[in-house]
Design a protein around this ligand. Structure first.
Ligand SMILES: NC(=O)c1ccc[n+]([C@@H]2O[C@H](COP(=O)([O-])OP(=O)(O)OC[C@H]3O[C@@H](n4cnc5c(N)ncnc54)[C@H](OP(=O)(O)O)[C@@H]3O)[C@@H](O)[C@H]2O)c1
Length: 372
């Protein structure tokens, strides 16, 4: 039996964090939790710490940064929501850790900075997102020359078949048909911004050009990723709609360990359905291709504007359809720059947030240029 992996969980009180604790509790021979960080939910954090006998616990971004470098830890699971998770991802990679990454915003906002940190510190990124975990499985053992393109599946969210999105309420957007997740990622799934962020995440994880990354809608969320080979064949990965499977995969990588999940019964399912993305109703995806292709700090600006707009939608300050509109305007006005240094990324992030707030009407009009 291999020695137990010592794991720090950043964002332990959220959807991914609590499921990761369940996964590790089911495999006490494989994992030991050595640190816990959350944003504000102190009660749950302290209950988790008591249950798991963890001493190193705390709230907020600074504690996340400190525990990401914990000498005792082998694996840092980053399940913080939003670009707030980026500094801790960089710290973990610089400290040579395995970064089990749920916080896709780290790679969207700071993909180049994370890559540089990996070179400096010798860490590695293992994806937690089900689509990227699927693609990693499909790509295993394949030469790059053998692969034509990679394709992520999207459930299509709750509004896949709804013609008019102008009256969508937060309650409707938060009712996801196939996945149970935190509020921000659930709204992102409804706008397809989640898939947009995942396309950029895939670019950084697997090194494919944006022209070689596709998205297909698959409402059943059974197939999570597809790899088209140059000979005309396609490799698919299918798994039950349960985040505990990719979480365990990321924590155990490269091993695949028994987990008691029953594989998908294709005969019982009878059919797998796929359809193209409706880019007119869901413009977020094209914004990601545009930002990703522009590179530098453009993806960071896209992500920051989206975070502000999603929050404003949840607070009922803007309609659902304004979310991609605000992101697009922020991208139009963004002056890009290099994204290799954390400071440059954070500065671009702040500029984009300020402009998004101005567009929403939350910030003084004097800030309309987006300058601070
Ligand atoms: N949920 C899923 O199924 C799923 C699937 C794939 C990928 N992801 C990705 O995983 C990440 C987390 O998603 P989630 O659904 O688990 O979100 P969530 O339920 O909202 O949980 C977010 C976690 O981050 C913590 N947090 C927020 N701000 C923080 C800060 N400044 N410092 C430290 N901790 C902070 C929260 O703490 P408090 O609760 O104490 O505020 C909470 O523990 C996102 O990037 C998401 O896109 C999620």
């Amino acid at each position: 039996m291999p020695s137990r992996r010592r794991v720090v969980i950043l964002g332990s009180t959220g959807s991914i964090g609590t499921q990761a604790i369940q996964v590790m509790a089911s495999h006490p021979d494989r994992f030991e939790v050595v640190g816990l960080v959350s944003g504000s939910n102190e009660d749950l954090l302290h209950r988790q710490a008591a249950d798991l006998h963890v001493e190193r616990v705390g709230l907020g971004a600074q504690t996340a940064l400190d525990l990401a470098r914990l000498p005792d830890a082998d694996v840092v699971l980053n399940a913080i929501v939003g670009a707030a998770g980026l500094p801790a991802s960089i710290a973990a990679l610089e400290a040579g850790k395995t970064l089990a990454l749920a916080n896709k915003e780290s790679l969207v906002a700071g993909g180049a900075a994370c890559a540089d940190a990996t070179v400096r510190g010798g860490g590695r990124v293992v994806p937690v997102d089900s689509e990227h975990a699927a693609l990693a499985q499909c790509l295993r053992g394949l030469e790059r020359e053998a692969v034509a393109r990679i394709v992520l599946t999207a459930s299509g969210g709750p509004f896949r078949t709804r013609a008019d999105l102008s009256e969508v309420t937060p309650e409707e957007a938060l009712a996801h048909p196939t996945w149970s997740m935190g509020p921000k990622v659930t709204v992102d799934s409804a706008t397809l911004m989640n898939k947009a962020l995942e396309v950029i995440e895939a670019h950084h994880l697997f090194g494919f050009d944006f022209s070689d990354i596709g998205v297909v809608v698959h409402p059943q969320s059974i197939v999570h990723g597809l790899v088209d080979l140059v000979d005309g064949s396609t490799v698919l990965q299918a798994a039950p709609t349960d985040m505990r499977i990719p979480i365990l995969g990321a924590l155990s990588a490269p091993d695949i360990v028994p987990a008691g999940h029953v594989p998908v019964d294709l005969a019982a399912l009878r059919e797998l359905r796929f359809e193209p993305v409706d880019h007119e109703r869901f413009p977020a995806l094209e914004l990601a291709y545009r930002a990703g292709t522009a590179g530098g700090t453009y993806p960071c600006a896209l992500n920051a504007a989206n975070e502000v707009a999603v929050q404003a939608f949840l607070e009922r300050s803007i309609p659902f359809t304004a979310i991609p509109e605000i992101v697009e305007t922020v991208l139009d006005r963004h002056e890009g720059g290099e994204a290799n240094e954390l400071d440059a990324v954070l500065e671009a992030d702040e500029r984009a947030r300020t402009l998004a707030r101005v567009l929403i009407g939350e910030a003084p009009a004097a800030d309309k240029t987006g300058n601070r």
